[in-house]
Design a protein. Structure first.
Length: 155
């Protein structure tokens, strides 16, 4: 009977660990979002190049700091063959367009008006970076752009 109790206690923990380890290796979701010009971008079709997905909002103070870092590094990232998409969550297009123009952003902004991409990638708050390898596999996530982002994406 004692072994059965241990089994009942440890089984949920083992299942949780399995789910979490599987989730970190999931491929990029087949999600289509529109950019600020109305062009559709399928996130899973961007495989073949390492990709950074940056989930943010215009009202988030921490996001603004990360946007500056992303904007400063964008040209180097592009030259290194890294896709960069900033995905605004749940805001109207006009608000994001105004922010984009006022802050002279260099990178492509996608609109996740209903939060479907954020849900698919389990985004719990902003800012959130999702790092994808060349095959579209999620290799890391974080709340700020690491100094070694290039090494992280080349794994």
């Amino acid at each position: 009977m004692n072994n059965f109790r241990k089994f009942i206690v440890y089984l949920p923990l083992v299942l949780i660990l399995l789910v979490l380890s599987f989730r970190s290796s999931v491929l990029a979701a087949d999600i289509i979002l529109k950019d600020l010009h109305g062009q559709e971008v399928n996130l899973s079709s961007e495989n073949g190049k390492p990709t950074i997905l940056f989930f943010w909002t215009t009202w988030c103070h921490f996001c603004r700091n990360e946007i500056k870092a992303l904007n400063q590094n964008y040209e180097r990232m592009e030259n290194d063959g890294i896709n960069v998409f900033a995905i605004d969550i749940g805001e109207p297009k006009y608000r994001v367009e105004n922010f984009y123009e006022n802050n002279m952003l260099n990178f492509k902004v996608l609109l996740d008006e209903h939060g479907l991409a954020a849900d698919e990638y389990d985004v719990m708050g902003v800012p959130t970076y999702i790092f994808l390898d060349k095959s579209g596999k999620i290799i890391s996530r974080g709340n700020n752009l690491p100094q070694d982002y290039k090494a992280l994406l080349s794994k």
